[in-house]
Design a protein around this ligand. Structure first.
Ligand code: PLP
Length: 379
């Protein structure tokens, strides 16, 4: 039985061939630590990291690549930004659809620093309207954080409008782009976003263990970690400059080699053209699911408002049993349950059993969409 992988929202599984080659080449032919030693493989490793940083900056419209710092995943980037910027005793405004990689650090910070967490509500499709934000901002707000697209419903949030409001009020604006980096064009030369956290292993098509944070000039979060950077080694204080300020310890250089190749692939193809294909499959899948009387779909159906995530339940059936039947009988891999976003499910009324999530992405075909619809028809 062929595998139909519909869990791209967790991680993209099949990568472009160049990603495997770049990682293999790094491991076999370079293999040294970047930015530390002046020998040839060390310098070559440093170039790999620098090339990946330049590629990421180009993809996101960032003029100075040093403002893109690498992390092990989006969670680490979010922790860096949240811990680095949330002022003790202040308000932090967020939405009711955030992933636990935002909710848990905020909950911990509320306890440690006495933060007041303020939630802007989402509508039934998981969309948060900017009006919801405006009425929650006060003179005590030290940070606004929101996801670019819900990992539960796929709803693409109006970050442009939220960002303009944040600018007007002079409040730092952090965006969680875990679900959108590589899936939607993101141009930070135009968007009013101050910090943007991203995963390298989802829509960017890189390997697991990669991610990063864009930090706009003028923002200076406290580092999450201090340690060796290979630079200014005579000093025992952390370097003040980027990216070294935020990149202590040996990085995941094989992963960054793969991520660089993946981003190179996206730059060549164009995120917009990858998106066009995903949209065509998404529209067909939404129409197919909508035609099944027992299937209840949550979130936006139109791909203009959906990043490529389809959340559904089947009347009279336990979601976990449906997901298990899809895998064992049809080879279809989905993600069932709360998808690390309990608050989003509470808001949608699907807590605690959750939904079945079909996350499509690069490489998902019309045949994959048809297989899912046909499998649900005979369930
Ligand atoms: C919206 C959202 N934010 C953050 C994360 C965390 O990403 P990572 O696994 O790269 O830490 C995820 C992962 O699923 C996500 O969907």
């Amino acid at each position: 039985m062929n595998i139909v992988y519909l869990d791209h929202a967790a991680t993209s599984r099949t990568k472009p061939e160049c990603v495997y080659r770049a990682m293999d080449r790094f491991m076999r032919e370079i293999g040294a630590s970047p930015g530390r030693s002046a020998h040839a493989p060390g310098l070559a490793a440093g170039r790999v990291v620098a090339d990946t940083r330049r590629a990421a900056a180009a993809l996101f419209g960032v003029a100075d690549p040093a403002r893109v710092v690498f992390t092990l995943n989006c969670t680490q980037a979010l922790n860096l930004a949240l811990r680095g910027l949330a002022r003790p005793g202040s308000d932090v405004v967020t939405t009711s659809v955030e992933h636990n990689s935002v909710m848990r650090p905020l909950t911990a910070l509320a306890r440690e620093r006495g933060l007041n967490l303020v939630f802007a509500a989402a509508d039934e499709e998981g969309m948060t309207r900017p009006g919801e934000l405006a009425k929650r901002l006060t003179g005590r707000t030290s940070l606004i954080v929101m996801t670019h697209a819900s990992n539960v419903t796929g709803a693409i949030q109006p970050i442009d409008e939220w960002g303009h409001l944040a600018r007007e009020r002079g409040v730092p604006f952090l965006v969680d782009a875990a679900q959108t980096a590589g899936c939607l064009p993101i141009d930070l030369s135009r968007l009013p976003v101050d910090l943007l956290a991203f995963s390298g292993h989802k829509g960017l098509l890189g390997p697991q263990g990669t991610g990063g944070l864009f930090i706009r000039e003028g923002f200076d979060p406290e580092p999450l970690m201090h340690g060796g950077t290979g630079s200014a080694s005579s000093e025992i204080a952390q370097p003040a400059w980027l990216p070294d300020r935020y990149e202590s310890g040996t990085p995941n250089t094989p992963g960054l080699a793969g991520l660089g190749a993946a981003i190179g692939f996206l730059l060549e193809r164009g995120v917009a053209s990858v998106r066009e294909r995903v949209c065509a499959v998404g529209e067909a899948l939404a129409a197919g699911l909508a035609g099944l009387p027992r299937v209840r779909l949550y979130g936006p159906r139109g791909m203009d408002a959906n990043v490529g995530i389809f959340a559904f339940t089947v009347d009279g059936a336990d979601p976990a049993e449906v997901a298990s039947a899809l895998e064992t009988r049809h080879g279809i891999m989905t993600r069932v349950g709360l998808q690390c976003a309990p608050c989003a499910h509470r808001a949608m009324g699907t807590f605690p059993s959750g939904t079945i999530r079909a996350g499509i992405g690069y490489g998902t075909t019309m045949a994959d969409a048809e297989t899912l619809v046909n499998a649900l028809r005979v369930l």
